[in-house]
Ligand binder design. Structure first.
Ligand code: ADP
Length: 396
């Protein structure tokens, strides 16, 4: 599992420098029952990254954020921020700010005063540590500017849209200039169009602030589109860490493979022959790019709908998958057609350009998928099988 906490992409400076960013080391968190809500051997969130924790509801994402922020105490393990052990440090002294899903604004205060509230309180109670009035005003003005709130400074929360309120919550966190900004489902209250806009704004803000941002979401599309570093979780565990492109193209686990991507990856149960170069199942045949040794038997074969080509476009005899089916449903999505098929191999989908003519429901279809776009997994463990480096991939 430790090997998963590193990425294969060329590392930006500080990427593998464990003294920068956040390190969760041997963290276990239990609530009432024996089964941990979070069980992380090691997770490094690189300094200045926009790291997104993604996974289904209940997999432990918010628990992980709570442990970084200090609002939750782990039962085992250490939390390091910028190389310093903060496991016993209270939330206020960790250099961390958190924006919650359902953060509350003070209804009687203007936008401006909501944003400056924390800083003003600090200035009042800790004269030495607090900021002076002019600096607070400068920071509020800058945050309002960055988040497009300048025109709304004098309004009260009731006079704002959901998206605007969300931005006020963000502004309130960033005026503290935290080393680490933690965002728990920050875009969940927004409608689809605003969400798209808010994603772009958050990515821009992250670049501008240059600090470490950890964002939690259950939305795989949001995660893929925003993250510099993606962390996929399920059942309290981290399954894979890497850049969105790496994790999407080379999922190390069956859950990761099917969780990321829409329409989701097609999966069929197949048999690999002893020689390791013929994959068969009713309704399909496939040949891997290179023979796969030592793992003959039943496997799960995966391929993304977007990697399928109509078979008449494929060069015959090349390695890859050929699958037969009958068109059951055609969905128009704008740029593409999602064609749902059924056949002996079960249900599967292929994405075709919307510029071509749509295949009619009930017509037979044969699809080819190039060998380098096929994914194989061990059914019992979900572990990825690879021709070139199968032994390494099995040490999960
Ligand atoms: P996520 O953020 O991925 O939805 P959470 O971290 O909130 O998941 O929860 C992880 C697991 O811990 C879930 O099974 C959840 O029910 C449980 N859990 C979370 N908070 C508490 C709590 N305060 N008391 C008991 N169980 C909790």
């Amino acid at each position: 599992m430790t090997s998963l906490a590193t990425t294969e992409a060329p590392a930006p400076r500080g990427e593998h420098d464990l003294s920068s960013g956040v390190l969760l080391d041997g963290i276990i968190k239990r609530y009432d029952d024996d089964r941990p809500a979070l069980d992380v051997e090691q997770l490094h969130i690189p300094g200045r990254s926009l790291t997104v924790l993604v996974g289904p509801s209940g997999c432990g994402k918010s628990t992980a954020l709570g442990i970084v922020s200090g609002l939750l105490t782990p039962d085992e393990g250490r939390v390091l921020i910028e190389g310093a052990d903060v496991t016993g440090t209270p939330p206020g002294r960790r250099g961390v700010s958190m924006v919650f899903q359902d953060f509350a604004l003070y209804p009687h205060m203007t936008v401006e005063r909501n944003i400056s509230f924390g800083l003003r309180l600090e200035a009042k109670h800790h004269r030495k540590a607090g900021l002076d009035k002019a600096e607070i005003e400068r920071r509020v003005a800058h945050a309002c500017d960055s988040l497009g709130l300048s025109e709304l400074r004098h309004r009260r929360p009731a006079q704002l849209s959901g998206g605007q309120r969300q931005r006020v919550g963000l502004a309130r966190a960033i005026v503290r200039r935290p080393q680490v900004l933690l965002l728990d489902e920050p875009l969940s209250a927004l409608d689809a169009q605003l969400r798209q806009q808010a994603r772009v704004e958050l990515v821009r803000l992250h670049r501008e602030l240059g600090n470490t941002v950890v964002l939690v979401t259950h939305d795989q599309l949001e995660a893929l589109s925003m993250a510099t570093h993606l962390v996929v979780m399920n059942n309290a565990k981290i399954l894979q860490v890497g850049s969105p492109a790496e994790v999407y193209r080379r999922p190390l686990d069956l859950f990761v493979a099917t969780f990321l991507g829409s329409p989701p990856m097609n999966i069929a149960e197949v048999t690999l022959d002893k020689a390791g170069d013929a994959i068969t199942a009713p309704g399909l045949t496939a040949r891997p790019a290179r023979p796969i040794s030592g793992i003959a038997g039943t496997l799960k074969l995966g391929w993304r709908p977007g990697d399928g080509l109509l078979a008449h476009d494929a060069q015959p005899g090349r390695p890859g998958l050929l699958i037969d089916g009958v068109v059951e449903l055609v969905e128009f999505t704008g740029d593409s057609l999602v064609v749902q098929c059924g056949g002996e191999a079960g249900r599967w989908a292929v994405t075709l350009p919307a510029t071509g003519s749509a295949p009619a429901v009930g017509t037979p279809l044969t699809v080819h998928v190039p060998a380098d776009r096929l994914h194989l997994f061990v059914p019992e463990t979900g572990a990825r099988v690879e021709a070139a480096d199968a032994p390494a991939d099995h040490q999960r």
